[in-house]
Design a protein around this ligand. Structure first.
Ligand SMILES: C[S@@+](CC[C@H](N)C(=O)[O-])C[C@H]1O[C@@H](n2cnc3c(N)ncnc32)[C@H](O)[C@@H]1O
Length: 214
């Protein structure tokens, strides 16, 4: 897939899944991890222009000259450098958007590090958590990303299942997918306990065998 098509899909996904939530919020305060082509950054800055607010964007590549906007602060560092980033956080966020390293371990780490910095009612948005485009024969056929995204998805389930009283979860499988957590209360997160999968266990093997013969 060429780059501009992929960029359009990112914008399509954000417009479809989160824009309506954001345009309702006055003095919108956003923390964004991952700038690259600036698709999300540009959209957030446009909404902030109407609603007032601030956007802090983080990337390991220096994108500070990508936008010239008084409502934008760019920090050239890793997203897990909480100690440094926290110095610039003046108030809790309405949206934290994670679009950097798309793997289970990183998602869980960033969720843990920044959950306290989200307002109650705020959204923690995680990009690229579905595997459908990467399955065999699909338009992005890729073994490694399919498996990686299946793991990311199960990580999202672990976060949710371990914290049912603290977060609501809405999912979109559109394109490469997104997860939208909504914070319900200001309480310390529980440990993200791995959900046991019984699909590949002996009991299911027997079940499949029985189903085969009836
Ligand atoms: C998928 S791109 C972001 C796309 C962007 N949201 C958009 O809409 O155009 C991922 C970006 O994350 C950055 N990145 C990767 N790992 C990072 C990390 N641990 N901390 C900060 N930035 C990281 C990369 O440099 C890259 O610019």
């Amino acid at each position: 897939m060429n780059k501009s098509l992929s960029n359009n899909k990112t914008l399509e996904k954000l417009n479809f899944f989160v824009k309506d939530d954001l345009i309702k919020i006055k003095n919108l305060n956003i923390l964004e991890f991952g700038v690259h082509a600036g698709i999300s950054t540009k959209l957030f800055l446009q909404i902030i222009k109407n609603n007032k607010g601030k956007l802090i964007s983080i990337d390991t590549v220096d994108y500070k000259s990508s936008f010239d906007d008084k409502n934008w602060l760019f920090l050239n560092c890793r997203d897990d450098n909480f100690k440094y980033i926290n110095k610039f956080i003046k108030q809790k966020f309405d949206l934290i958007y994670l679009d950097t390293q798309h793997n289970e371990k990183h998602i869980k780490n960033i969720f843990n590090l920044y959950f306290d910095q989200l307002k109650v009612g705020g959204i923690f948005l995680v990009d690229d958590i579905f595997w459908l485009p990467y399955t065999k024969g699909s338009y992005r056929d890729n073994f490694h990303i399919e498996i990686n995204n299946r793991e990311s998805f199960s990580g999202i389930m672990d976060i949710y299942n371990s914290n049912l009283d603290k977060v609501e979860l809405i999912l979109s499988p559109k394109h490469t997918g997104m997860a939208k957590f909504i914070k319900l209360k200001n309480k310390k997160l529980n440990y993200f306990k791995k959900i046991k999968n019984r699909q590949f266990g002996f009991k299911n093997y027997i079940r499949n065998l029985r189903n085969f013969f009836i």
